[in-house]
Design a protein. Structure first.
Length: 182
C-alpha cells in the first residue's frame, strides 16, 4: 500500500510540475476586476478634443456630467489604453455596465468597443443602445458581455466611445464600468 501511495504522489507531483507556467507568461483571463469606472466628472484616460462637445451637463445619472451623441455630435469622447496597461492577464471576456438615456427606438447610437493598433482593429463591437436599453426617455441600466478574440495581444489598445451616425436627438451615457470578467 505504501508503494502505491508513493507512486500516486510522485505521479501527481509530475503532473503539477508539467502544468507549471513560465514566469514570463501571464495567466489568461484571471478576472482582475475593474478596468474603468467613469462618472464623467473628470476625464482621466478619455480623449479626443474634437469631441469635447459630447461632455455635457444637460442630463446626468449621477453627478453633473455625462457624455452624449446627437445632432452635430456623431462621436463622443473616447477612452483609450493598451490592454497590457489595464491587466496583467489576457482577458477572455469584458463586462460593461452603464446607465443610458435613449430618446426612442429610432436612435442610431452604439457604444463601441474596439481593440487593435492604430487604424487596424482586431475587433470592433457596436452595442446598439436602442436595442439594449430596455426603455426610452429615462435612465436605464445597460449590462453586456463582450468576448475578446484570441488573436488580441497585450500591445493592442482598447478604445471605448459612443457613435451616433445621423442621430436626430441626444443620447446620453453615464457611470460606465468595464471589468475583466474572465
Amino acid at each position: 500500500m505504501r508503494t502505491f501511495s508513493l507512486l500516486v504522489g510522485a505521479g501527481l507531483l509530475g503532473l503539477l510540475a508539467g502544468c507549471n507556467r513560465s514566469s514570463d507568461t501571464p495567466p489568461v483571463g484571471s478576472g482582475n476586476g475593474v478596468w474603468v469606472s467613469q462618472d464623467f466628472e473628470s476625464l482621466r484616460g478619455w480623449s479626443n478634443p474634437n469631441n469635447a462637445t459630447s461632455l455635457t451637463s444637460e442630463k446626468a445619472h449621477s453627478g453633473k456630467f455625462s457624455i452624449k451623441t446627437g445632432p452635430g455630435v456623431e462621436y463622443s469622447v473616447g477612452f483609450g489604453a493598451k490592454l497590457g496597461d489595464l491587466s496583467t492577464t489576457k482577458p477572455r471576456k469584458l463586462h460593461l455596465e452603464a446607465w443610458v438615456w435613449v430618446p426612442s427606438e429610432k436612435s442610431t447610437t452604439s457604444l463601441v468597443v474596439q481593440v487593435g493598433s492604430g487604424d487596424k482593429p482586431v475587433m470592433w463591437e457596436g452595442i446598439k443602445l436602442a436595442e439594449k436599453a430596455g426603455g426610452f426617455g429615462e435612465w436605464k441600466k445597460l449590462e453586456t458581455d463582450i468576448m475578446i478574440k484570441p488573436e488580441v495581444t497585450y500591445t493592442d489598445g482598447l478604445s471605448v466611445y459612443m457613435w451616433g451616425p445621423q442621430e436626430t436627438a441626444p443620447v446620453y451615457l453615464d457611470d460606465l464600468v468595464i471589468t475583466e470578467a474572465e
